[in-house]
Write a protein that binds this ligand. Structure first.
Ligand code: GUN
Length: 493
């Protein structure tokens, strides 16, 4: 059992957890957002982050502090907490991102970890190698080996009660990411960032990002706190959380503000393109877009950064509530509608439905079928797998909707899109209580037909009759040939 992290609630791959940070003497509730603080320029002060926005943890860069003489001296003298004036937990990055941007840095893992401890960091980071996407396999494997050696070096450094992160690299090779996750998990390090995903997000490759996280998670244990390094746009938090990420860091709130960009959960808007603010945060409640445009550059940047943080923290709260209510995937579906690339991300997530199914609770509040992608949700997959284990009579009547003719149908099972067959006695149990639109779509019918096929395959001796309501011929082709078909719209209506 990993002592610093406890899970409190789970939905799909998402979880509410508690990360105990001993050096700061605080517990951080996850999913959590770590605003990025650049020690040389602060748009919103760390004290304000804590008091106005409720930030429990932030992240800053020890490499920048190390390389800026006056800041380094101040950090060594006062400690990070006093220097930044922040009462929560402080994580420090190592300069690896600078390494990926500029090709070279002049500190080792030992030096930077010792420095991080000396300046009072609560969670330190070794110098991992952020291998970009799509590089050759040789390069990805070689750089991963270097990262892994550095994690082993980190294990040997005296870091006191500072937690230490173990970044997971491996570029876009799922097997390398999985291996990296397994190796990192086996170290005695504490927090597990999935690294080098910034280029994927910059290119809107949310599907590849999902595959990278899924592979890393297969290697990491379920009790490992996972950070998605450099992911700060609130549009993708629900997707990231549903894949099992617990920590996010955002420089976006400040960087975007500098360029007059306004964050929303449906994407980024340019301030001058807005006539109205679709938000009720204090900034948007008190100003119109024209008001902000009339401010000085510095004031406008600060107001926009504050708005960007408000929507970002609001989305984290919304996600936590969705996990509590058991409707995180409904939220992911909504976010998937904001941008085609997000929809690709959601569809990629559903490719990993079996992986998510293993953590998804067997019973939750509700299942709302809100898009044809819902037919591929882990709950549907689980029902299909369960069909192979249910006791089945010798002769089985499956009917869609209310029984249409005779007692024999009344005593039978039901068949409902998207789940397929189930005994009537289970009608009131999750997820068969799902709310599904009356106007059923193909994906739901296909999933139901697949359920029938699974049931028949598991019970080859059973005689099955399927009473459906006008399923198209090509959907019915997925139903095994020896199933007797009755169209209830023809027979019963
Ligand atoms: N920030 C964004 N991506 C990365 C990464 O892969 N490693 C480190 N250390 N920091 C990052």
């Amino acid at each position: 059992m990993r002592e610093c992290f406890e899970l409190r609630d789970v939905d799909a791959g998402g979880r509410i957890g508690e990360l105990t940070v001993p050096r700061a003497d605080v517990t951080v509730e996850t999913p959590a957002l770590l605003p990025v603080i650049n020690p040389n320029l602060d748009t919103i002060s760390p004290r304000r982050l804590a008091e106005e926005f409720g930030a429990e943890i932030l992240i800053t860069n020890s490499y920048i502090i190390h390389g800026t003489e006056d800041v380094r001296e101040q950090a060594l003298e006062e400690g990070l907490h006093d220097m930044l004036d922040f009462p929560g937990a402080i994580m420090t990055d190592s300069g690896s991102f600078q390494l990926s941007e500029y090709g070279d840095i002049d500190v080792t893992t030992e030096e930077i970890l010792e420095f991080q401890r000396e300046i009072g960091s609560d969670i330190g980071t070794p110098v991992d190698i952020p291998t970009p996407p799509d590089v050759s396999r040789e390069r990805a494997a070689e750089e991963l080996e270097t990262t892994q050696e550095r994690l082993e070096v980190a294990e040997g450094v005296d870091t006191g009660d500072m937690l230490v992160s173990a970044p997971v690299q491996g570029s876009t090779y799922p097997d390398l990411r999985e291996e990296a996750g397994r190796h990192a998990d086996a170290t005695d390090l504490d927090v597990f960032p999935v690294g080098a995903v910034v280029p994927l997000m910059n290119d809107y490759r949310y599907d590849d990002m999902v595959d990278v996280v899924a592979a890393s998670k297969r290697g990491l244990g379920a009790d490992a706190p996972v950070h998605l390094f450099g992911a700060g746009h609130p549009m993708m938090f629900a997707l990231g959380v549903a894949m099992g990420c617990d920590l996010f860091d955002s420089a976006a709130y400040a960087l975007y503000a500098r360029d007059d960009r306004y964050l929303t959960v449906r994407g980024t808007r340019q301030l001058e393109d807005l006539d109205y603010f679709p938000c009720s945060c204090p900034v948007c409640a008190e100003h119109s877009p024209d008001d902000l445009l009339a401010l000085s550059d510095r004031e406008r940047e600060e107001e926009l950064a504050a708005h960007n943080l408000h929507v970002t923290f609001e989305e984290i709260r919304r996600i936590k509530q969705a996990i509590r209510a058991g409707n995180l995937l409904e939220l992911v579906e909504q976010r998937a509608r904001a941008h085609p690339a997000m929809l690709d991300g959601y569809r990629a997530l559903l490719d990993h439905a079996a992986q998510l199914e293993s953590s998804d609770p067997v019973s939750k509040g509700s299942f709302f079928y809100t898009s044809h992608e819902s037919a591929r949700r882990p709950e549907v997959l689980r029902h299909h797998e369960r069909l192979e284990r249910l006791a089945v009579p010798d002769s089985l009547f499956l009917t869609e909707g209310e029984p249409a003719r005779g007692d024999e149908f009344e005593a039978s099972w039901r068949v409902e899109p998207p789940f397929g067959p189930f005994p009537r006695a289970l009608s009131k149990s999750y997820p068969l209580t799902a709310e599904v639109p009356e106007r059923t779509d193909r994906a739901a019918l296909e999933a139901a037909a697949e359920g029938v096929a699974r049931l028949v395959a598991a019970n080859p001796e059973t005689e099955v009759t399927l009473g459906h309501r006008g399923w198209p011929a090509d959907v019915l082709e997925a139903v095994p040939e020896d199933v007797d078909l009755v169209d209830l719209t023809v027979e019963g209506d």
